[in-house]
Design a protein around this ligand. Structure first.
Ligand SMILES: Cc1ncc(COP(=O)(O)O)c(C=O)c1O
Length: 416
């Protein structure tokens, strides 16, 4: 029982996590501004927009007679249709455009959905609890607590001896026992990319549907799965009126700068430009930039082709990334006391490091030596456990610089 109690995180813990992330970004700004940073394993853009389509955004839109234009017209419909059709093919379901709303990035998608579920109207939200299953990107929930005023509880699988994701039906029962109005999960999670076990997810959906609890699934990290992983592994069961799926190409195809993502859910929640989630987005976003809509449709076509023909134009990119991961793992293996957590997807290696101070202190020490590596206190880990997220999508010389720096800092501190 005491082990179970270790899982819970209060709103104060969640805001503390968020503060840690913000402090990290503040520090980063200062060191970058001073010109001290020589390498960054903080995130990573393994492809560039021009790798996705060739040419420049202006070439892509002018080359088409039916460019997916600004405004709530053809662009929006065609992009939503492409997203729905692709998922119908992948998972044997039957979405149509009424099941898809475009949002300015997955992060704000989560927040628009929460506004709707918790009925934010004229400054008042309905009472209710959101359960956030972690480790995950806690900064996304600062608005839910501070702006929506809802009761956000965390359930973190970051205690040692756990697998970082729920593993038993008892874990699911613990989630429902606190009677949330909505549950948020990442599939796979951020930072270490573990998938929510598919059979448990299906059980959780059944349980949530019975109890009328929304299950919000953030799929943004679903790419570069390790070889024996089945990826999302959904069937028709994923299409429930109580399931809300959120995604974007920010990470999968390194297109974060477009600030565009999508929400897939039942039409009763998404509705239209007069009410529902779509109404909440309408006007703030209108339609995604033409270049973004064009890129999304093209990327879906490429992805679909890679599944049907086995020919993936990003295959060389994935191969290169795996080699980079191997390099990072080799370097970490040489660091005394480093403990690497299992990765199932995405482009980061998460590692617990021996250090006398907090993860933020270690991050600052690394900045002083010219590199950026993200502290995982922002994902619910205990800051004093010094868990760091090493993103390996970086040029080889930068990777080498960052790993040399990490080695220097850790071994120097170990000698103290
Ligand atoms: C789990 C998760 N979802 C969403 C986002 C942000 O998505 P977007 O760039 O599409 O807003 C992040 C960014 O770090 C994330 O970690």
């Amino acid at each position: 029982m005491s082990e179970i109690r270790n899982y819970w995180r209060t709103p104060a813990d969640i805001l503390g996590s968020n503060d840690l992330s913000c402090s990290y970004y503040e520090l980063m700004g200062r060191y970058v501004g001073d010109g001290l940073i020589k390498s960054s394993l903080d995130r990573g853009a393994f492809v560039r927009p021009h790798d996705v389509l060739g040419g420049t955004p202006l070439d892509w839109v002018s080359a088409r007679s039916n460019s997916f234009a600004y405004g709530p017209e053809a662009g929006d419909y065609q992009t939503r249709k492409a997203i729905a059709d692709f998922d119908n093919e992948r998972f044997g379901i039957s979405y149509d455009i009424e099941n898809v709303t475009m949002v300015p990035g997955a992060w704000s998608g989560v927040n628009f959905v929460l506004e709707e579920i918790f009925s934010l109207v004229r400054g008042q939200s309905a009472k209710g609890r959101l359960l956030v299953v972690g480790p995950t990107h806690y900064p996304m929930f600062h608005r839910a607590i501070n702006v929506l005023g809802i009761d956000v509880l965390g359930m973190d699988y970051v205690v040692s001896s756990t697998e970082h994701v729920p593993t038993t039906v008892e874990d699911l029962q613990q989630m429902l026992a606190i009677r949330p109005k909505a549950i948020f999960v990442t599939n796979p999670n951020n930072p270490d990319g573990l998938y929510f076990p598919s059979s448990l997810l299906r059980t959780l959906i059944d349980m949530c549907s019975r109890e009328k609890i929304y299950l919000i699934i953030d799929e943004i990290q679903d790419f570069l799965p390790v070889e024996d992983t089945k990826g999302l592994d959904y069937g028709a069961w994923i299409q429930s009126p109580w399931v809300v799926r959120i995604d974007s190409f920010s990470k999968k195809r390194a297109l974060a700068e477009y600030r565009v993502g999508w929400v897939i859910a039942d039409p009763h929640l998404l509705r239209n430009r007069i009410s529902g989630v779509t109404r909440r987005v309408s006007g703030l976003m209108g339609n995604a930039p033409r270049a973004a809509n064009t890129a999304i449709i093209k990327l879906i076509e490429d992805w679909r082709r890679s599944i049907t023909t086995g020919e993936d134009k990003f295959a060389p990119v994935w191969k290169e990334l795996i080699n980079k991961e191997r390099y990072v793992l080799d370097r970490l293996r040489d660091l005394p006391g480093a403990r690497v957590l299992r990765r199932e997807a995405a482009i980061s290696v998460t590692v617990t490091l021996p250090f006398y101070g907090s993860d933020l202190l270690l991050a600052e020490e690394l900045m002083k030596h010219g590199t950026l590596i993200m502290p995982c206190g922002g994902y619910g880990y205990n800051s004093s456990d010094t868990v760091m997220r090493v993103t390996f999508a970086e040029r080889p010389e930068k990777l080498e610089h960052a790993m040399d720096t990490l080695e220097t800092v850790i071994t120097a501190k170990l000698r103290h």
